[in-house]
Design a protein around this ligand. Structure first.
Ligand code: 23J
Ligand code: MN
Length: 257
């Protein structure tokens, strides 16, 4: 049987679960807050155009608006200054095969339960690989922190000195790119970088290093606790926005039951 026939058979036999890694687009869902001297990310907004009424008797629809970086979203290389000259660096240009691939989930939830500012290091990745095997080339690597379970203000976790949330150490991102040639890195937090990532070297290392290397980011993911460490297939296709630096999207994972 061909691989796709096998897949279709397994899907119709209920042997594959499709897990939704996406938060609902909702005006109440928090967006990243940058220091006040910078431009800010817009929340999701929705206004009714008609609802089976005089504005449209047989139809209901809405106009919506948001940032490219609102809710569960994709980051393209052109989002960061390091990636400004990367070929095919905006969401409309990225080859579609990049949007489907194997996914490795590195569980850092025990560490992040103890330390809001936890940084995942190359040693954490090596320990994960000793147990689960080497991260394959072209994989998406997702950092599980259970941050998606946080409600209200605890999600951004804003303090006087800025947000506090976990992320990858600069060396961890370099390791994933230089040694493993991943396609992208995803997180449950509001950014691929730790909340205090502006104080790392380089500032916002995940954004700087990933996008400079032509790699992608996924942010505000959920349900990572429903994924196995290896073996799932991720589908993450951003909207085809001309010159877009990112996009809200539906992120799905296929998992064998
Ligand atoms: C702009 C500036 C800093 C950051 C971000 C955006 C994001 O996290 C984002 O959504 O890409 S850290
Ligand atoms: Mn983003």
């Amino acid at each position: 049987m061909s691989a796709l026939t096998q897949l279709a058979t397994a899907l119709s036999a209920g042997k594959i679960d499709v897990i939704d890694l996406t938060h609902t687009l909702d005006p109440d869902f928090p967006v990243i807050i940058l220091p006040p001297e910078f431009g800010q990310c817009a929340r999701f907004r929705m206004e009714e155009v008609s609802a089976y009424d005089h504005r449209g008797p047989a139809w209901k629809w809405h106009n919506i608006s948001m940032s490219e970086h609102t809710g569960t979203h994709f980051d393209a290389p052109s989002h960061w200054i390091s990636g400004r000259d990367v070929p095919l660096g905006s969401v409309d240009e990225i080859p579609p095969e990049k949007f489907v691939g194997p996914v490795c989930v590195i569980d850092c939830s025990a560490e992040t339960a103890q330390d809001d500012d936890f940084l995942m290091t190359p040693d954490h990745i090596r320990a994960w690989e000793a147990e689960h095997g080497e991260i394959p080339k072209g994989a998406w690597v997702l950092m599980r922190t259970d941050w998606s379970k946080r409600k209200g203000a605890a999600y951004l976790n804003m303090k006087e000195d800025g947000p506090h949330s976990p992320g990858p150490a600069p060396d961890a991102i370099r390791h994933l790119i230089e040694e493993r040639d991943i396609v992208g890195f995803g997180t449950e937090c509001v950014g691929t970088d730790a909340g205090q990532g502006m104080h790392l070297s380089p500032p916002y290392p995940a954004h700087f290093i990933l996008h400079g290397a032509g790699k992608y980011g996924l942010q505000c993911l959920t349900n990572l606790d429903k994924l196995p460490p290896t073996g799932a297939v991720l589908m993450a296709a951003p909207l085809k926005i001309k010159n877009g630096t990112g996009s809200p999207l539906r992120v799905l994972a296929m998992v064998e039951t």
